[in-house]
Design a protein. Structure first.
Length: 411
């Protein structure tokens, strides 16, 4: 019986050498040498590899795949979403003093400012200060020539002394006339004449004494003194200049206290009253507020502006405020101490009314509240519904609702 392989080799030998493939030529050579044909092993290697890969895949699926019960449990209980909130989107309620204010604007001026003018006629000898110099009360600021004034004083005093001497003589003559009348050797007319002379001389002495006082005053006024502690703000005279009474010489201001000449809307006039507190911010001085007090309120609005002048006194002991500075003030017209308040954006409204969202134990809780009106700083006063120490959402986050789980995260 002929095997398939033998028949194949026979057919291969029937072919000419040039028509054989390399494999057929190898088989013919082995057959001529009496060797068995070479068997091919790669199909069995490939089959073994495929079987190994299939076994490994089956093992992995059996090891890693969840049990049917676990799949059912997972699909039945999905994870709950957690909303994230930043610290800037919430606040802890704390008692605070709420205020209602009226806004005013105006300029600052020294509370005391004086223009010193010449009180006598004469030539200026010296001016001892310049603008910006600090002076103390009683310091000599300028001096007018006193030579003429001194001569006038001496002359008036001499006239007074002469009048007093004449008065003394007249009084002696009056006394003698009275004695002669008592003896009966003189008429009453001589007594009346002596009395008249004494009265006239007394009046003259009194008038001359007033002239002496006036001359002394003019002499003192020739020296210009500082009226109070302050700063020289202007100088209008120079040495050698001749001045008349009333000529401006110097200006002195006191900046320990300044006055803000402010304007308020006429509609706020009924809310203003002397003694109210004011917080003032001044242009050029950043990060600082100055405390003031309303001192006066003009009862008539400025024509054309519909504003009411308001005068505010501000302490300036450190001298940082200067005349002419521009300021913006907030006059406190009402206060509510120890109050709870939230920004207007924190207050929510639905069909049941106003409420806040409190953060408690990782969840949002709806808290119905009663409000107490708008206050300065964009705050809403909360009268009832929440307590101090509770944390509420203050940002307008419409996606948050009552019962949501929340997590506080840092920016």
């Amino acid at each position: 019986m002929t095997t398939p392989e033998h028949s194949t080799d026979t057919r291969a030998q029937a072919k000419p050498d040039w028509a054989m493939s390399r494999r057929e030529a190898e088989r013919a050579r082995r057959a001529q040498a009496g060797l068995p044909p070479r068997r091919r092993k790669w199909p069995w290697i490939v089959l073994a590899g495929l079987l190994a890969i299939g076994a490994a895949y089956s093992y992995n699926r059996a090891t890693l795949a969840p049990a049917p019960d676990a799949l059912v449990a997972t699909s039945a209980a999905p994870s709950e979403p957690v909303m994230q909130i930043n610290p800037v989107e919430m606040a802890v309620l704390q008692p605070q003093t709420l205020q209602r204010t009226v806004r005013v604007i105006g300029t600052l001026e020294p509370a005391r400012q004086t223009q010193l003018s010449a009180q006598v006629n004469g030539r200026i000898e010296t001016v001892l200060v310049q603008p910006g110099n600090r002076v103390r009360e009683g310091d000599v600021l300028a001096q007018v020539d006193v030579e003429t004034l001194t001569l006038e004083l001496r002359q008036v005093r001499s006239n007074t002394d002469a009048a007093r001497a004449q008065l003394g003589l007249a009084e002696v003559q009056l006394e003698r006339a009275q004695q002669l009348i008592e003896r009966g050797v003189s008429t009453t007319s001589s007594l009346d004449e002596a009395r008249s002379t004494v009265a006239q001389l007394r009046a003259s002495v009194s008038a001359l004494a007033d002239q002496v006082a006036g001359a002394e005053l003019r002499l003192r006024n020739a020296t210009v003194l500082a009226p109070y502690d302050g700063v020289v703000s202007a100088r209008s005279a120079e040495p050698g200049q001749y001045v008349a009474i009333g000529t401006p010489l110097l200006s002195v201001v006191d900046l320990t206290t300044v006055e803000m000449q402010a304007s308020a809307a006429v509609g706020s006039g009924a809310l203003l009253a002397p003694g109210q507190k004011v917080s003032v911010r001044v242009d050029g001085i950043h990060g600082r507020e100055f405390a003031g007090t309303v001192t006066r309120i003009n009862p008539v609005a400025e024509p054309g502006t519909r504003t009411i002048p308001v005068y505010i006194r501000i302490d300036n002991a450190d001298g940082v405020l200067l005349g002419g500075m521009f300021g913006v003030g907030q006059i406190v017209v009402e206060e509510a101490p120890d109050s709870l308040a939230v920004p207007a954006a924190a207050l929510r409204e639905d069909a049941d009314g106003y409420h806040l969202l409190q953060i408690a134990d990782g969840r949002l809780v709806r808290r119905p509240v009663e409000t107490g009106g708008d206050w300065s700083g964009g705050l809403i006063r909360i009268l009832r519904g929440v307590e101090a120490g509770q944390t509420v959402v203050t940002a307008p986050l419409p996606s948050l609702n009552d019962g949501d789980a929340v997590q506080i995260v840092e920016d």
